[in-house]
Design a binder for this molecule. Structure first.
Ligand SMILES: [Zn+2]
Length: 619
């Protein structure tokens, strides 16, 4: 391969024993320990010449023995680091070090990690152990280690595909919207470049019979897809991914590490929901495993080749933990696509506003969930003050606040509001919220700056002792007797889950309050109560009985993780580079049209809400 030949020419003779790929990264194995120790400068130079990520590692038979290396690592890393686990991957000459405080394992200017490398010859990979135990985080890490042989072969194969010479040359770039066009749900977009095909997102409309992307078109051939790129862990963006793997797709899945963990949590939860529904499940655990095995995680701002002519970078989207704006750089400086959904261009307690500082954007794809003229939310400050007032009043009269919520994001946003306001009463968490918190505490680097600073100084809000976990029905009863208190429980729209147990118990209690913090879809029990129903049909022991709602009902509007209309327009206006055209998706038809018109009028940029299955040539 050309790239390997060029690389060998740039290195001193006899240094390279073999070269392998790990995705787009090139790994040079050597038997020359002296070169390994002193190679930093020369590798840096080669990286800037070749514009490739390159790493040098020592061949496995020269590595320090595992037990000795382990002793050495524990000796070099200060005890403050709280090293939880050390896992060796001999085939790749890597040692994974999991610590609660990774800063100590890295050391000032990276001096500790450098010493570990120089004294053990292993390549250290340092990862944060979650501060709250998370079965998901542990499970994924364990699987990656168990599948080390598969991963090695897989990443090498992916790397070869990325660096191969491809004869095919379509001389154009086209986008096809396979879902999520003039609608919300099943977001999916196919990108065809001269040499490759990339799928961005593949979501579902949960609970809908045919609510998934339309792949039955000539442009979509599973064997031609080079990569699937995922923006964030919501089912309307990732719900269909395991199905594509079950269909036989064998390529990589690019996402951030929190998105992988949170998506896995959602997929497992979704399997559970599907199994209890009369409709045939879309996928099984097999599809989830196939996807996780082929995941390639990237940090924000990390530039990676994903095919012979596409370079991918993720940027903060401000939407949920790990959510990313997808930047695709096509050809050498030919065309830049920015896929900016879902996003929030405003500060929340958890996250910073979405990234706008792009050097070049030719095509922007933006959401319109709240794209109508009337979609203007009250200020965050107002929303939070009113929310706290309702909570405090309920506490004063000895009631319980029940907050139905999805396990990811809104629950954590509500928790940070409560911690910030020095809330003193117990807050019970039911459903998978506790697990999701564990994932959050593993990735404080993905928090907004303010919260990250606090978390790094040991004040992660999710570690507050006011949070208590409910994991059995007896603990549920305990919570009911612990007045006043707050219970946050799944599901978010009262469509199932433990929240219904709480509702049955609390509905008739006038002292208690039901607070909606998220969107309630038409037809759900949540929507009915929100609309004013005060007697609702509810299942008990297989029979439907009426349940009286005497508790106070309050909706906290404006806690949304999406940009409202003003924020969407501000996002376009704040982009460092003015796009040539904008596609408006992920919104009901009128909203998408209304936002596209507004953008065209204000910014004089060609804007269009594509239709489902419409293919558009952009270059
Ligand atoms: Zn979303």
């Amino acid at each position: 391969m050309e790239i390997i030949e060029r690389l060998k020419e740039l290195l001193p003779n006899g240094i390279v024993s073999r070269v392998e790929f790990e995705g787009s990264k090139i790994i040079i194995y050597t038997k020359n320990i002296e070169f390994f120790k002193s190679s930093e400068e020369s590798i840096k130079n080669i990286v800037s010449t070749l514009k490739k990520r390159i790493e040098i590692r020592v061949e496995k038979d020269l590595l320090l023995k595992e037990d000795e290396a382990k002793r050495k690592i524990l000796e070099l890393a200060p005890s403050d680091a709280e090293v939880k686990d050390i896992v060796f991957e001999k085939e790749r000459s890597i040692v994974n070090i999991y610590a609660k405080k990774i800063g100590y394992v890295i050391g000032k200017g990276g001096e500790v990690v450098k010493k570990i490398r120089e004294e053990t010859f292993w390549q250290p990979k340092i990862e944060r152990a979650p501060l709250i135990d998370s079965k998901i985080v542990d499970g994924i890490r364990k699987m990656m280690h168990e599948e080390v042989d598969f991963r090695k072969e897989f990443l090498n194969r992916i790397g070869k595909r990325i660096h191969e010479k491809r004869e095919i040359d379509r001389k154009r770039i086209r986008l096809t919207f396979l879902g999520g066009a003039r609608e919300v749900g099943r977001s999916s977009m196919l990108v065809e470049t001269p040499k490759s095909k990339i799928l961005v997102d593949a979501g579902v409309i949960a609970g809908s019979q045919n609510g998934y992307p339309i792949l039955d078109i000539p442009e979509f051939n599973i064997n031609e897809i080079d990569a699937i790129v995922v923006s964030h862990a919501h089912l309307d963006h990732v719900g269909f991914i395991p199905v594509i793997y079950e269909m036989g797709y064998d390529g990589p899945l690019y996402l951030t590490q929190p998105t992988l963990d949170l998506s896995t949590l959602l997929w497992l939860d979704f399997i559970d929901v599907m199994q209890r529904s009369p409709i045939k499940p879309l996928f099984t655990i097999k599809g989830v495993k196939e996807a996780v095995k082929r995941a390639v995680t990237l940090d924000y701002n990390e530039v990676t080749d994903i095919s012979p002519d596409v370079r991918l970078t993720f940027y903060n989207a401000g939407h949920i933990l790990g959510s990313a704006i997808v930047h695709l750089h096509i050809g050498d400086g030919w065309h830049n696509i920015v896929y900016a959904l879902d996003q929030k261009f405003g500060r929340t307690n958890l996250l910073d506003p979405a990234f706008t500082n792009f050097q070049r954007v030719e095509t922007l794809i933006i959401e319109s969930t709240y794209g109508a003229k009337t979609d203007v939310m009250p200020s965050r400050k107002e929303v939070e003050e009113q929310f706290m007032q309702v909570v405090n009043k309920t506490m004063e009269r000895g009631g319980i606040v029940l907050i139905p919520s999805f396990s990811v994001e809104r629950a954590q946003e509500v928790m940070t509001i409560l911690v910030k306001n020095n809330f003193l009463y117990p807050i019970y968490l039911d459903g998978m919220i506790w697990d999701a918190n564990g994932i959050f505490t593993a990735y404080p680097e993905y928090y907004g700056k303010t919260m990250m600073k606090e978390a790094m100084s040991g004040k992660d809000p999710f570690l507050s002792p006011i949070f208590k976990r409910i994991s059995s029905s007896s603990e549920r009863e305990k919570a009911w007797n612990d007045r006043p208190c707050i219970i946050i429980s799944t599901s978010g729209m009262l469509t199932g889950g433990p929240v219904l147990e709480h509702l049955k118990h609390l509905a008739e209690d006038e002292k208690s309050t039901l607070i909606f913090v998220g969107y309630q879809a038409e037809g759900t029990l949540g929507r009915k109560i929100q609309k004013g129903w005060r007697e609702i049909p509810i299942e008990e022991n297989g029979k439907t009985i009426p349940l009286k709602i005497n508790m106070e009902v309050y909706t906290a509007d404006g806690l949304s993780a999406h940009s409202d209309r003003r924020q969407l327009l501000a996002y376009v206006g704040n982009l460092a580079s003015k796009p040539k055209r904008i596609f408006v998706v992920h919104g009901e038809e009128e909203k998408a049209i209304s936002l596209a018109n507004a953008i065209e009028k204000i910014f004089k940029i060609e804007s269009y809400p594509p239709r489902l299955l419409e293919t558009l040539r952009i270059a």
